[in-house]
Write a protein that binds this ligand. Sequence first.
Ligand SMILES: Nc1ncnc2c1ncn2[C@@H]1O[C@H](COP(=O)(O)OP(=O)(O)OP(=O)(O)O)[C@@H](O)[C@H]1O
Ligand SMILES: [Mg+2]
Length: 352
Amino acid sequence: MAGVSFQRVSKRFDETAAVDDLTLDVHDGELLVLLGPSGCGKTTALRMVAGLEDPTHGDVSIGGSVVNNVEPKDRDVAMVFQSYALYPHMTIRRNIEFPLRQQRVSAEERTRRSDEAAATLGLTELLERKPGQLSGGQRQRVALARAIVRDPQVFLMDEPLSNLDATLRIQTRADIVALQRRLGTTTLYVTHDQVEAMTMGHRIAVMRDGRLQQVAAPQELYERPATTFVASFLGSPGMNLVPASASGGELRIGDAVVGAASGSSDGPLTLGFRPESAHLDVEGLNAEVVLVEQLGAETHVICKIGDGTKVVVRQGRDAVRPDLGDHVAIVVDANSLHTFDPTSGVRIEPAQ
Ligand SMILES: Nc1ncnc2c1ncn2[C@@H]1O[C@H](COP(=O)(O)OP(=O)(O)OP(=O)(O)O)[C@@H](O)[C@H]1O
Ligand SMILES: [Mg+2]
């Protein structure tokens, strides 16, 4: 097994910096999720590890050795794509053992290893079928089996679940996590889905416009986002971000005092709080209800505050459910406030 490392890696396509000065270590045996919106450079980063793209600058290493000049086939990585990329005319067995045939592994060993991979992914009964006779979830498991049969140093997975329906996605997500924990193979997993990232990753690296925003364990990322972008990207819905100010040791939204300003110098700032860190009460920040989303166990009340900023408040099952157009008061938990620089969006840490 081996770690993967990006050392100041950039990839330019003409005028676009698809990946911009990325430095990131994926530890040996770790499942690291690359998370970010469409076009932020996730696939490009993955393809540079696979050897399908050459970096414009910087070094990609696997197991401590720079692989920039190593051919894809010699990198000992297995990639799983969003489109399963199975051979339609071959049986499932032939598909799974395909990489072993390329490596000229003996027929006996091919059978043994593909049986084992098929059993791991619950495909034993399907080995003689063709891909066209399988469901989407089964096909995705075949693609995974074809990756694990090689016993590679590194798995690279590019949104492997996005073609599956919601139920199957949750099931397959759990299967991949269990498989990765059991095999202990270093895995770089790409997704734009923050729930997938939170539930699967040992750590998550958040990217935006080719640049790394923050890399941390899921809970750390949720509790201490380094930027407003990370704060709003994680969570469903994301963190509320409201223009605010610090003065005389107090944090204010408009005229309303919402907490103590420890660590922020006087002046404007961006105040962040999670939907679950606020509730509706009789007194507080004045707001008007513009949308009520009932999700069963909880209700999201979307409100407009004085300056027109929208704020989401998560109400529990038993809490009052206001109506559209109601005037309400929002109380924010003073211990759950985050502050960010209003220009750069970078987190301001409270002074110790
Ligand atoms: N072969 C290419 N030629 C030119 N531009 C490219 C090429 N491949 C990617 N790009 C550009 O590089 C940027 C990053 O693309 P990339 O595919 O890595 O994004 P992504 O994060 O994987 O997005 P998605 O979530 O939509 O798959 C985008 O702006 C894209 O248009
Ligand atoms: Mg992509």
